[in-house]
Design a protein around this ligand. Structure first.
Ligand code: S3P
Length: 428
């Protein structure tokens, strides 16, 4: 594929009002849970991006009809066991969420199937789901290194009581989705709270699911009922513009209808600790909480991000590196080793790029330590083919002294194809 290099010139400020495409994590879940419910699920504002389109294609290949019309996606669900064996292996592209969550659903189907991904996904760890799903009775195998492709032969599913060794919403979700097929109660316990989108959506579709602190229990072998839902704007996408406002003095923007689920929107809590003022208007509560965000530029000061808060901010850490690099004083990010196994090693990608721009970053045991500098300088930057590294470095470049280039920006289509267009709308 041709690599698209982009020149980024600094801008004065960001100003205006935007709405964002639907949340990526919630969009995946809407397609998956809609497909295995009974009846027609109607989803407003589903995210149209590479990853979610892989999920949609996978379910179409398994016999689920979906139609897009006027901002709505209709999903004609066929019930828990209504999927058909696909004619060929399922290609899931670069989407870790699709591969891990889908594995949970396939555990309960009566066919065998292969899930494979692109070169980058083929280097991401899958043992983390292979182990619990095997305990649930699945015949599931990754390759000997624990990477994709995954071969699954679904069948009878047993409930488990599982303590997750890694805090991860994808592992928790794979187990809960497999638990839908088990005769009995599946229990998953995590050490730190990760995003609870699966739990909320399953409840909304009629599951018997209980949350007790860090423990989730789900009663299996009950059909789900189709629903109508609206997907809020993606807080992960919002965080790039929020950072732009913080970095560029005199900026002010409003972002309407964003997901503010506390298990996901940890960035709002962290930024408030850093002294940034974000106002939330028009809060509404559907199966997920929404709100309109208003942000005015204000200087940020360094903070400590605790390991227990990492899952609620895991996808926003690249942009938090940028904010920290331009803040007053020191920021310490604790226990963020999961960043090493994202689309790229994000500790390496962000450190290498930001150091080229003059940032001061060092690692001590499991801590990432970032000392703020007065101003970053333009540099020749690399996306490492990773959408969030690319978008975070774009924002850093906007606030730098001198122009920058980023080597391969096409990767933003993974989660946010309109990123550059939306950003240009706000530039003053
Ligand atoms: C996701 C969970 C997180 C996150 C990913 C999406 C989800 O991954 O990084 O972008 O939708 O459940 P982990 O579960 O691996 O932390």
């Amino acid at each position: 594929m041709r690599q698209e290099i982009k020149k980024i010139n600094p801008v004065k400020k960001l100003f205006g009002k935007i709405t964002l495409p639907g949340d990526k994590s919630i969009s995946h879940r809407a397609v998956m849970i809609g497909a295995i419910s009974r009846g027609k699920t109607n989803v407003k504002n589903i995210l149209d991006c590479d990853d979610c389109n892989y999920t949609i294609r996978a379910f179409r290949d398994m016999g689920i009809k979906m139609e897009k019309d006027n901002g709505y996606t209709a999903i004609y669900g066929k019930g828990l066991k209504g999927l058909k064996k696909p004619k060929w292996p399922i290609d899931i592209g670069n989407s870790g969420t699709s591969m891990r969550l889908l594995s949970g659903i396939l555990t309960g189907q009566n066919f065998d199937v292969i899930l494979r991904g692109d070169a980058s996904l083929s280097k991401r760890p899958m043992k983390r789901i292979v182990e619990p799903l095997s305990l649930m009775g699945a015949d599931i195998k990754a390759n000997p290194d624990g990477y994709p492709p995954i071969k699954i032969k679904g069948g009878k599913v047993k409930p488990i009581d599982y303590k997750m060794p890694i805090p991860s919403a994808q592992i928790k979700s794979a187990i809960l989705l497999a638990g839908l097929y088990a005769d009995g109660i599946t229990i998953v316990e995590e050490a730190f709270k990760s995003r609870d989108h699966t739990e909320r959506m399953l409840k909304y579709f009629g599951s018997k699911l209980k949350i007790n602190g860090l423990k989730v229990s789900l009663e299996g072998a009950r059909e789900l009922t189709a629903r109508t839902l609206e997907i809020p704007g993606d807080i992960s996408s919002a965080s790039f513009f929020i950072a732009g406002v913080i970095l560029l003095k005199g900026s002010k923007i409003r972002i309407d209808s964003v997901n503010i689920n506390p298990t996901r929107a940890g960035i709002l809590k962290i930024l408030s600790k850093m002294g940034v003022k974000i106002k939330i208007y028009n809060k509404k509560n559907s199966f997920e909480p929404f709100g309109d965000l208003e942000i005015e530029s204000s200087s940020a000061r360094g903070t400590v991000i605790d390991e227990k808060d990492i899952p609620s901010v895991i996808d926003e850490l690249p942009i938090l590196f940028v904010i920290a690099a331009c803040s007053e004083g020191r920021t310490v990010i604790k226990g963020a080793r999961e960043l090493r196994v994202k689309e790229t090693d994000r500790i390496r990608s962000m450190r290498e790029n930001l150091e080229k721009m003059g940032a001061k970053i060092h690692l001590e045991d499991n801590d990432i330590i970032i000392d703020g500098v007065e101003k970053l300088r333009g540099a020749s930057l690399k996306s490492f083919g990773d959408h969030r590294t690319c978008m975070a470095m774009t924002i850093a470049a906007l606030a730098a002294e001198g122009s920058s280039t980023i080597d391969d920006v096409g990767c933003v289509s993974k989660s946010f194809p309109q990123f550059f267009r939306t950003l240009e709308k706000l530039m003053v």
